[in-house]
Design a protein around this ligand. Sequence first.
Ligand SMILES: Nc1ncnc2c1ncn2[C@@H]1O[C@H](COP(=O)(O)OP(=O)(O)OP(=O)(O)O)[C@@H](O)[C@H]1O
Length: 256
Amino acid sequence: MNPILQVENLKKVYSDGTVALNNINFEVHPGEFIVVIGPSGAGKSTLLRCINRLVEPTSGDVVFKGKKINKIGARQVKQVRREIGMVFQNFNLIDRLSVVNNVLHGRLGYTGTIKGALGLFSKKDIAEAEEILERVGLSKQKYKRADELSGGQMQRVGISRALAQRPRLILADEPIASLDPASSKIIMDHIFTICKEDKITAIVNLHQVDVAMKYATRIIGIKSGEVIFDGQPSHLTKNIIDEIYSNAKQPLVNAQ
Ligand SMILES: Nc1ncnc2c1ncn2[C@@H]1O[C@H](COP(=O)(O)OP(=O)(O)OP(=O)(O)O)[C@@H](O)[C@H]1O
């Protein structure tokens, strides 16, 4: 099976000289549920953001479904992003909008922003958004304002918005970092089950190694912008975990 995503010699140096990613290489196959672990500042967020070009890589390639997405123009980026759903740590909802309208924002890549701003979504889109909300157990909350929800409920809206894009790949950046343990379990269960049922590939950044071990089909360990483990959870030994998290040195800074 062809990889859905290839990350090749990826490097990101921020304008202040911080080397956030250095020579990252891996392939992702359809159906994988990859968890990226690593200490704070390791480069996990930068990696996800380079994949969907929220951050421009300094060098190297990101190949999604055979297309180098770091070499395409803005219009094509928009098209590629439709197929890549993003779930954020702080949910990124629009507080004053209803739950269902937040979910419908996942359709903007298809309807266009002006129609979306006017709330001109098709009946089909609305029915689909409602179906997704039912799946994540939020039917009763669909007309509530987003800011009236609990954190766990907000994240379920975040997941629903990503699903409304009908993505082939979901990138989740610390989706449970702001949640209590009970809500965290609900969120991870939803992401895992939905990806499995809908055959969506996932890359999830997590701080918690135990949670990574529970859900991942593959774990990538990053430290100081470099991959130092890439394999099955059963191969992630205590020594390797210690190596990833111990002496988390400051990221390299380019000598200017
Ligand atoms: N816009 C930026 N400008 C300069 N440096 C940045 C920028 N964004 C991130 N960095 C730096 O790049 C490095 C990697 O950051 P990144 O946020 O990707 O790490 P992370 O593993 O996601 O950390 P955390 O788990 O704390 O979110 C860090 O040293 C960070 O300070």
